[in-house]
Write a protein that binds this ligand. Structure first.
Ligand SMILES: O=c1[nH]cc([C@@H]2O[C@H](COP(=O)(O)O)[C@@H](O)[C@H]2O)c(=O)[nH]1
Ligand SMILES: [Mg+2]
Length: 229
């Protein structure tokens, strides 16, 4: 049983962790690859989750040998995202945890592989909740985030934008994706992983704690105020 260390700040991944957008990515990308007679298998998806948009586009084009350039792929997929992302709903336990931490004055942030455009689409129905996060760091649009997940950049930039600039050891990350867990570990942060059930066990080993749902999280394990407080 690993020892959990107390933290003061919490950084959330967005897609597949707060918002049920991974399902929407699968629909959009499968629709596109099927136009070229190819499926979008889980084994490929799990390598893309958390990446910057252009890196993911390149990996998908190369892996499936699609006859598209990265800009052509992005133009086509963005049309699908525009239709699908406004339907994004919150995942179980997300709103309760976010409101709880905010109520108790725990600084909370978002660190995502997304772009500003896709963030705006995905949060169409969640504007009020999104106001509780500061900072919100979006790798695909942020010039300070040089490399996407699994590099630590997005989490380090995020920690540096909290007004009191906490040390990495004081930041707890929530992630669903293996690349995100790697990025958090590389940043020197503890990480609670809530993986898609299809995720191979070998890809969850770097997480500090693995949960089936955010609903199962016990804040006091990391020195945060318990839910009954
Ligand atoms: O099926 C997929 N899901 C997710 C991604 C990538 O993951 C990012 C979301 O990452 P995060 O969980 O860090 O918000 C998206 O912006 C996208 O680039 C992808 O390529 N394919
Ligand atoms: Mg994610």
């Amino acid at each position: 049983m690993p020892a959990y260390k107390p933290v003061t700040h919490v950084i959330f991944d967005m897609d597949g962790l707060l918002l049920d957008t991974e399902r929407l990515y699968t629909v959009a990308i499968s629709e596109l690859t099927e136009e070229y007679g190819k499926a979008y298998p889980w084994e490929l998806k799990v390598q893309c989750m958390g990446m910057k948009g252009d890196a993911s586009a390149k990996l998908i084009i190369d892996s499936l040998e699609l006859p598209l350039t990265v800009p052509e792929y992005l133009e086509k997929i963005d049309l699908k995202y525009k239709e699908l992302f406004p339907q994004a709903v919150l995942l179980p336990g997300a709103e309760r945890l976010v409101r709880h931490l905010h109520k108790h004055g725990v600084p909370i942030a978002i660190a995502s592989g997304s772009s500003q455009t896709s963030f705006d689409l995905k949060t169409t129905s969640h504007r009020e909740l999104m106001k509780l996060f500061n900072p919100v760091v979006l790798s695909s649009s942020d010039p300070e985030v040089k490399a996407g997940k699994p590099a630590p950049d997005v989490f380090l930039v995020c920690a540096g934008r909290f007004p009191d600039k906490p040390h990495s050891s004081k930041c707890l990350v929530f992630e669903d994706a293996p690349l995100g867990v790697k990025a958090a570990a590389a940043a020197g942060m503890q990480c609670v992983m809530v993986p898609d059930p299809r995720t191979d066990k070998s890809l969850t080993e770097e997480a500090t704690l693995v949960l089936e749902s955010l609903e199962d999280f016990k804040p006091e394990l990391f020195g945060l105020p318990p839910f009954n407080s």
